[in-house]
Every structure is written in C-alpha cells, then in structure tokens.
Design a protein around this ligand. Structure first.
Ligand code: HEC
Length: 125
C-alpha cells in the first residue's frame, strides 16, 4: 500500500517536471532576427542615385565631346582623372561658364544638375 502510494507520487512528480520542462521550451523567446536593421549602409550618402543622375546628365550633355568613358579625344580633354586637377567648385565654374572650346552650360543645366556633375567629376582621381 505504502509502496504503491510512493510510486504514484514519484510518477506524478516526474510527470509534473515533464510538463514544466515542456512549458519552458514553449515559452522560449523567438530567435532575434540576425540581420535586423542591418541594411546596406551605402544609402547614407545617396551615392548610387547621384551616380545614376550624373551619368545620365553626362551622357546627354558632355559625352559628345568628352566620350562615353570620359577619355576625351582630339581637342577634348580626358576627364577620367579630372578630380585630381580641380575640385568640385572649379569644375562647376568650368561647366557653368565654359572655357575656350567648352560651351557654357548656364541656362542649359540647372545649378543642381551642374552641382551633381561637379561632385561626380571631382571624385574621379
Ligand atoms: C562641344 C564640346 C564639349 C561639350 C559638349 C562639353 N565639353 Fe567639356 N570641354 C570641351 C573642351 C574643348 C574643353 C577644353 C577647354 C580648354 O581647353 O580650356 C573642355 C574642358 C572641360 C573640363 C576641364 C578639363 C581640364 O582638364 O581642364 C571639364 C571639367 C569639362 N570640360 C567638363 C564638361 C562637362 C561636365 C560637360 C557636360 C556638362 C562638358 N564638359 C561638355 C568641350 C566640351
């Protein structure tokens, strides 16, 4: 009688522990998202969008003389390393006012567009 009772208590205890163990597993926290909030950081400077805009402005306004790859040719200077020669404000002045065989783009391009082109070219060194 006593032994059966003890066995019963032990079984119930084991069962209770089993339930607690299972409950513990079920309430475990969802795994945190490994890459949550880790978006690529390049967007902070808007680099890609600016590059795309600069390239299309260049293709529409400058490519005819300075070539698709900025290599120039003939009387037209190579712009591939122009950022080593001029800073953005100097390039902006050349684009705005023109120089010798280079036409002025004041009135043809907005100040913003000239700015985008100048920044883009000044990074070419
Ligand atoms: C009609 C042809 C022509 C077009 C179009 C043209 N350029 Fe030029 N560009 C020239 C010539 C010619 C020179 C050289 C001027 C000089 O010798 O003073 C020059 C010079 C430059 C220079 C100075 C390069 C250096 O090494 O001194 C920059 C920067 C430049 N161009 C940017 C541009 C940009 C940006 C555009 C488009 C918005 C553009 N050019 C459109 C003909 C052109």
């Amino acid at each position: 009688m006593f032994k059966k009772g003890l066995l019963f208590v032990m079984l119930m205890t084991a069962f209770a522990f089993g339930v607690v163990a299972c409950g513990g597993k079920n309430t475990s926290e969802p795994a945190p998202a490994e890459n949550g909030g880790q978006a690529p950081q390049e967007g902070t400077t808007g680099g890609d969008a600016t590059n795309t805009e600069a390239t299309s402005l260049y293709n529409a306004n400058c490519m005819a003389c300075h070539a698709t790859d900025l290599s120039g040719g003939g009387n037209f200077p190579n712009l591939q390393n122009v950022g080593a020669k001029y800073d953005a404000s100097q390039i902006s002045a050349i684009i705005t006012n023109g120089r010798n065989g280079m036409p002025a783009f004041q009135g043809k391009l907005s100040a913003d567009e000239i700015n985008v082109l100048s920044e883009w070219l000044s990074a070419k060194k």
